[in-house]
Ligand binder design. Structure first.
Ligand SMILES: O=P(O)(O)OC[C@H]1O[C@H](OP(=O)(O)OP(=O)(O)O)[C@H](O)[C@@H]1O
Ligand code: HPA
Length: 182
């Protein structure tokens, strides 16, 4: 695919993200305070940075597992067809589960994944998303915890890509095409 030229404007700094994660983790720690073990499920690939920071702030007995879902390919439009490319290693029946997602946009990915995991009869299933774009929602879905509500802009960084690039930026930035007429 030929790439249009773009720049990335900082939307949420690394420091602001770190402060938000501390707040979210104290809420999650109280919610799951009585758990014997919390299974923290990261949705690959976008959540790999978020889950790494999150689990280090959780004062709970945890296990980590991953599930890979994909619906965007290399573009900016959801295919609305969520493909499970890699399933969990472990069973979640009767367990406490926290699903960790980088961004909820149309909502198709997290809606599909939480339905799939709920069908496996966990004891409790909650979800957390660092970013939420409510104005883009196509299905009725809301995550239990949200870091930041953001406007309808395509974002990258802190694990999130555009055509597989920019996942390594330490902040959340918005993509601005420099060949746009305005
Ligand atoms: O709410 P939605 O419109 O479904 O969009 C959110 C999903 O889109 C991105 O995944 P992508 O398919 O790009 O895979 P990736 O995580 O490997 O980047 C992102 O990481 C979320 O999982
Ligand atoms: O804004 C976004 N950026 C990158 N990937 C995405 N997947 C859904 N929304 C986005």
């Amino acid at each position: 695919m030929s790439q249009r030229p773009y720049v990335i404007d900082v939307m949420i700094s690394a420091k602001t993200i770190a402060a938000k994660i501390e707040d979210l983790c104290s809420e999650i720690t109280s919610e799951f305070g009585n758990t014997d073990k919390l299974i923290v499920v990261g949705l690959l690939r976008g959540s790999f940075v978020f889950i790494a920071d999150l689990v280090r702030e959780l004062d709970l007995p945890i296990e980590v597992d991953f599930l890979e879902a994909s619906s965007y390919g290399d573009g900016m439009e959801s295919s609305r067809e969520v493909r499970i490319l890699k399933d969990l290693r472990g069973a979640i029946e009767g367990r406490d589960v926290l699903v960790v997602e980088d961004i909820v946009d149309t909502g198709h990915t997290l809606n599909h994944v939480t339905k799939l995991l709920r069908s496996r009869n966990p004891k409790r299933l909650k979800s957390i998303a660092l970013l939420d774009k409510p104005s883009r929602r196509e299905v009725d879905f809301r995550s239990d915890w949200i870091g930041f509500e953001i406007p309808d802009e395509f974002v990258v960084g802190y694990g999130i890509d555009y055509a597989q690039r920019n996942r390594n930026l330490p902040f959340i930035g918005s993509v601005r095409f420099t060949d746009d007429p305005e």
